[in-house]
Design a protein around this ligand. Structure first.
Ligand SMILES: CC(C)(COP(=O)(O)OP(=O)(O)OC[C@H]1O[C@@H](n2cnc3c(N)ncnc32)[C@H](O)[C@@H]1OP(=O)(O)O)[C@@H](O)C(=O)NCCC(=O)NCCS
Length: 160
């Protein structure tokens, strides 16, 4: 993800999230190259999805994963998650975690497919609705078996 992608990323965020990040916050994320990874899925010069993680020692915290509603269920979310996992391993991380709205079945199904396990809830985590967050973790992402398995989940070969 680069500065030029910000408008496309913000358009998606506005469509899929109840609360969104400002352009200045996103720019700040882009500058923190040591501890952040921001990627986009681009097809014919249109940004269709993006993903972001934060490095905390050897843990990767997924802080965003979003696909344009016009292209949901076409494999882009899986492609982005695959690349986040692969790059996290290259950056030396060994496990991944995330919070997801407890009612967000599509996302929870996607994460479970990759092997993320629910470990608990954070109550009233989302200030906009007061909804609980489900906390999910996956360990040993640097295991070659895991890396081989997720390759098969990457169904779209876009311009990542
Ligand atoms: C969650 C999200 C990123 C998934 O992206 P996507 O590109 O549509 O997902 P994929 O096409 O790669 O689907 C992969 C798997 O996720 C699950 N899934 C995705 N959408 C689903 C839906 N609407 N209903 C049920 N399962 C769904 C399925 O298990 C699917 O596998 P399948 O196609 O073999 O059934 C997308 O729905 C999105 O942007 N949601 C809004 C933002 C969001 O909630 N992000 C998560 C924040 S934690």
């Amino acid at each position: 993800m680069q500065e030029k992608d910000l408008a496309g990323v913000m358009e998606i965020n506005d469509l899929v999230y109840k609360t969104t990040w400002s352009a200045s916050f996103l720019r700040q994320q882009l500058r923190q190259k040591e501890s952040r990874l921001n990627i986009v899925f681009e097809l014919q010069e249109k940004i269709l999805g993006h993903g972001a993680l934060m490095k905390v020692v050897d843990e990767a915290h997924i802080i965003s994963l979003a696909v344009h509603p016009s292209h949901h269920k076409t494999g882009i979310g899986s492609s982005l998650l695959t690349v986040l996992c692969q790059e996290a391993v290259k950056m030396g991380m060994k496990s991944m975690t995330l919070e997801v709205r407890a009612s967000n079945d599509p996302a929870i199904k996607l994460y479970k497919k990759f092997g993320f396990a629910p470990v608990g809830f954070r109550t009233n985590y989302y200030s906009d609705t007061g909804e609980d967050a489900l906390i999910m973790w996956i360990h040993d992402i640097d295991n070659p078996e895991f890396l081989a398995k997720i390759k098969t989940k990457k169904r779209i070969e876009g311009d990542l």
